[in-house]
Design a protein around this ligand. Structure first.
Ligand SMILES: *[C@@H]1O[C@H](CO)[C@@H](O)[C@H](O)[C@H]1NC(C)=O
Ligand SMILES: *[C@@H]1O[C@H](CO)[C@@H](O)[C@H](O)[C@H]1NC(C)=O
Length: 262
């Protein structure tokens, strides 16, 4: 939890190709990477990020609640279910963005969009964590506090399974026209799920505070989106799509919904 600033700058540097080296050193420096139970923090794990993430299934013992929504690749919080987000240590990639966690003790599962980084642990939205542990949402009367609660099985599943977490029903990952281009370009240069299932919007921040709630297009081969208004505007967003919502965080551990700031 709470490593937002560090990991946002990692995301920024990722654009210049330093991602692998940096995330490796951060993984090495983070206390929970010493956790011998965590199968994807073994010393050789950094060698091939894509292949490792694609390799499917395993168990995690360090899943902790994450109260603040963010997305290093610029996914728009007002257009997705921010209660179902995974924040892993590893780079976000263009295919393995949908991960299912199962509590095998009680059979409860959640499907998550893996669209950001975390510090040492494998973080998930507070609400998802609370549900896996207790069967209840992180709401008044049912939210609990705590850290890692034991073993959870994970499985990367085809990203189509996460389409219901995209609120407008389009199944297209909502990305920022101005700030998602580095990530998107890397997805478009190969045959990837994100490359085939994205929508650019003229909103300039993941918390949906600045810009215009309008769709943008990307001409073939272009590296900049085209939108009705100029890109990267500082006007306050006026939410116009009926399926959008104000980005709220669930405060930990008080379970109070509070508007996301930042
Ligand atoms: C899994 O479920 C059991 C029983 O409901 C619970 O005690 C445990 O904390 C849960 N584990 C996780 C990691 O949520
Ligand atoms: C839009 O986002 C970029 C990158 O985060 C930032 O540098 C710029 O200041 C933002 N524009 C406004 C008007 O907030």
């Amino acid at each position: 939890m709470f490593h937002k600033a560090i990991f946002l700058s990692v995301a920024f540097l990722a654009a210049f190709g330093f991602a692998q080296e940096l995330s490796t050193s951060i993984v090495k420096a983070s206390p929970s990477s010493l956790d011998p139970h965590s199968p994807i923090s073994t010393p050789s794990a950094h060698v091939n990020v894509d292949k490792r993430q694609a390799s499917g299934t395993g168990s995690l013992y360090d899943v902790t609640p994450h109260p603040f929504f963010s997305s290093s690749i610029g996914v728009l919080g007002c257009k997705i279910n921010t209660n179902r987000v995974a924040y892993w240590k590893e780079e976000v990639d263009c295919d393995n963005i949908c991960v299912k966690l199962t509590n095998t003790t009680n059979g409860r599962t959640v499907t998550l969009l893996r669209i950001d980084h975390s510090g040492g642990a494998h973080d998930i939205s507070y609400d998802a964590w609370n549900y896996l542990a207790t069967g209840n949402p992180a709401a008044p009367g049912t939210a609990i506090a705590g850290g890692a609660m034991g073993k959870l099985d994970y499985q990367y599943i085809p990203a189509d399974n996460s389409k219901s977490l995209i609120m407008d029903g389009s199944g297209k990952l909502p990305l920022q026209g101005a700030n998602s281009m580095n990530f998107l370009s890397s997805c478009l240069s190969r045959n990837t799920w994100v490359g085939k299932n994205y929508q650019l919007w003229n909103i300039n921040d993941s918390l949906c505070h600045k810009g215009y709630d309008e769709k943008c297009t990307l001409a073939p081969g272009a590296n900049q989106a085209t939108c009705p208004h100029a890109l990267g505007s500082g006007v306050n967003v006026e939410i116009t799509n009926p399926t959008d919502h104000k980005v709220m965080n669930i405060e930990y551990p008080t379970e109070k919904p509070i508007p996301a700031v930042g």
